[in-house]
Design a protein around this ligand. Structure first.
Ligand SMILES: [Zn+2]
Length: 428
């Protein structure tokens, strides 16, 4: 019997009542699932190495195609029906112009007479391009795993696949209503797959996302996310001989960046970050084009909507002027709120409480909850009404950097937890 309140590092949402680990015990069948995973530890680790070492940077379409085919083959063997789904390329508002191509997404379904319809999802893409120096999985003597996407989220995908295998070995997938979604564009904000996620979310009763976490905390609620781009066209001119003939796009952008960054309001938990900025091509030329790529985080939808309007307002007024060229500088803007706010939810809290209790019995206890400024596809699913737990993957740190790491212990413990939680869901 477990009965303890775990507040953990709930950070800014400490005002919420804490999630309590509910009491639970393991059935014989659940112990058999755990044994199945325990006996395959080295295979699971080998599989993670294979997955990590296939480069799936969002722009690496060939790498993502190869990875998706492997996953499709694995799921087919478990009796899933496989479909692939394409997304239109996305026009990019930048000085270079062009489009972002998106690799196809994978949907695997099993339909049966079970009542509770479960959607499991994960993303195949990582932030590491095929030219990145960080490409291999290093397994250290102390069980630390270092590799690109090891926790975010190749590890989560390996956990999902092996939990499904464990259930399949015991016939527990028979009659289930279960969908597995692997999308290929999460790291650019799921701009292509959002409609697919929403459509699937509406057809299910519970969502399980295997994104990584850190300090063994479950994420209880998340901020909403937005992104915006600005492109400014000025007039190029010789910086020495004809400075007065130029209209500096970079100078105009400098004013814009200051105005946009001033929208940050820590007290309201609103942040705006100009993450990418460029302008001009040559030192001795007045810059003719400048662009910026902006990130927004907000605690409530109205804050996000206001940020979007504020960025449009900032874009609509110019500071730099040259009477000879009154139409310049020209400012274009694009903004989207790509992930809804994910508020706390009683069904999610109950699932977290169950995961906390089970992890106490299985190993690698989930010690508390947190409020996160980062988004996942669980926010999109819950945004259309599907209660979703989104931090059931590997415990790790350093995500999105060459310091990304996790542990063998977390990989195995979370695979066991995923198998038991999924078995319970499919039998509800
Ligand atoms: Zn991720």
């Amino acid at each position: 019997m477990l009965k303890r309140s775990i507040v953990g590092a709930c950070l800014s949402l400490c005002l919420m009542s804490p999630v309590m680990a509910q009491s639970t015990s393991l059935t014989t069948q659940e112990k058999a699932l755990i044994d199945w995973v325990e006996q395959r530890k080295s295979n699971i680790l080998d599989e993670l190495k294979t997955h990590v070492e296939i480069n799936t940077g969002t722009a690496n379409i060939a790498g993502l195609d190869r990875y998706r085919n492997i996953l499709a083959g694995d799921l087919k063997k478990l009796g899933f029906k496989i479909t692939t789904h394409s997304s239109e390329p996305i026009d990019v508002l930048s000085c270079q112009g062009g489009q972002i191509k998106i690799a196809d997404h994978l949907v695997a379904t099993r339909t049966g007479s079970a009542k509770n319809r479960v959607l499991m999802n994960g993303h195949m893409d990582t932030v590491f391009s095929k030219d990145d120096e960080f490409q291999t999985l290093k397994i250290m003597d102390d069980g630390v795993l270092k590799g690109p996407g090891v926790a975010d989220m190749k590890g989560g995908i390996v956990i999902m696949i092996n939990a499904l295998r464990a259930l399949h070995a015991q016939g527990l997938l028979d009659d289930s209503n279960l969908t597995v979604l692997f999308n290929s564009d999460e790291e650019i904000g799921s701009l292509g797959s959002r409609a697919l996620i929403e459509e699937l979310a509406k057809q299910h009763d519970v969502g399980l996302v295997y994104e990584g976490t850190y300090n063994n905390l479950a994420t209880r609620a998340r901020k909403g996310l937005g992104q915006a781009r600005l492109r400014i066209t000025g007039r190029e001119s010789h910086a020495g001989g004809a400075h007065q003939e130029g209209v500096s796009a970079s100078l105009e952008m400098a004013h814009k960046v200051i105005a946009v960054e001033e929208l940050t309001d820590y007290e309201r938990k609103v942040t705006v970050n100009t993450g990418v900025l460029s302008g001009g091509e040559k030192r001795n030329t007045v810059p003719g084009c400048a662009d910026a790529y902006i990130d927004m985080r907000f605690p409530a939808l109205e804050d996000g909507e206001r940020l979007k309007k504020d960025i449009e307002r900032i874009a609509s007024k110019t500071v730099v002027s040259n009477p000879k060229y009154p139409e310049l500088p020209k400012v274009e803007s694009w903004a989207v709120l790509h992930r809804p706010v994910k508020p706390e939810n009683p069904k999610v809290d109950a699932l977290i409480a169950e995961a906390m209790a089970l992890s106490e019995l299985i190993g690698e206890p989930i010690v508390g909850t947190r409020y996160s400024g980062g988004g996942t596809d669980g926010s999109i699913a819950q945004g259309v009404g599907l209660a979703t737990v989104d931090s059931l993957g590997m415990d790790g740190k350093g995500a999105h950097s060459s310091r990304e790491e996790s542990t063998v212990q977390s990989l195995i413990a979370r695979t066991k937890l995923a198998a038991v939680m999924l078995a319970r869901q499919l039998q509800r």
